[in-house]
Design a protein around this ligand. Structure first.
Ligand SMILES: [Zn+2]
Length: 110
């Protein structure tokens, strides 16, 4: 008996398994933990504590902080670092300070 392999039925209505497009280049934030409820809560707490951008404050400026920034860049740490949600290691920054600081960190000038 010839053994004819079963052909899979074509099911055009069924979507194919997600073909993950390779992310073009380096994304700024590949860490999934930024999408957790716990992070949302942590971020909120930090922004409540540091309502004013801590870097602007040092310069005598008062700018509302909008970004919760890890003082130690996450990508330099261990993946399993449990201080990810530790508000003591996070500070509130305004978006322009955050852009400046994270840009500098990316170039190795901390
Ligand atoms: Zn600032």
């Amino acid at each position: 008996m010839p053994n004819i392999p079963k052909r899979e039925k074509a099911r055009p209505w069924k979507r194919k398994l997600k073909s993950r497009k390779p992310q073009g280049g380096r994304r700024h934030d590949p860490d999934r933990r930024y999408h957790t409820k716990q992070w949302q809560r942590t971020r909120k707490l930090v922004l409540l504590r540091d309502a004013v951008c801590v870097l602007c404050e040092r310069l005598g400026k008062v700018t509302a902080s909008t970004v919760a920034d890890h003082v130690i860049p996450v990508r330099m740490r261990d993946r399993e670092d449990d201080r990810f949600y530790d508000i003591e290691t996070i500070r509130g920054l305004c978006s322009s300070c955050h852009a400046r600081v994270s840009g500098r960190q990316a170039h190795g000038k901390v």
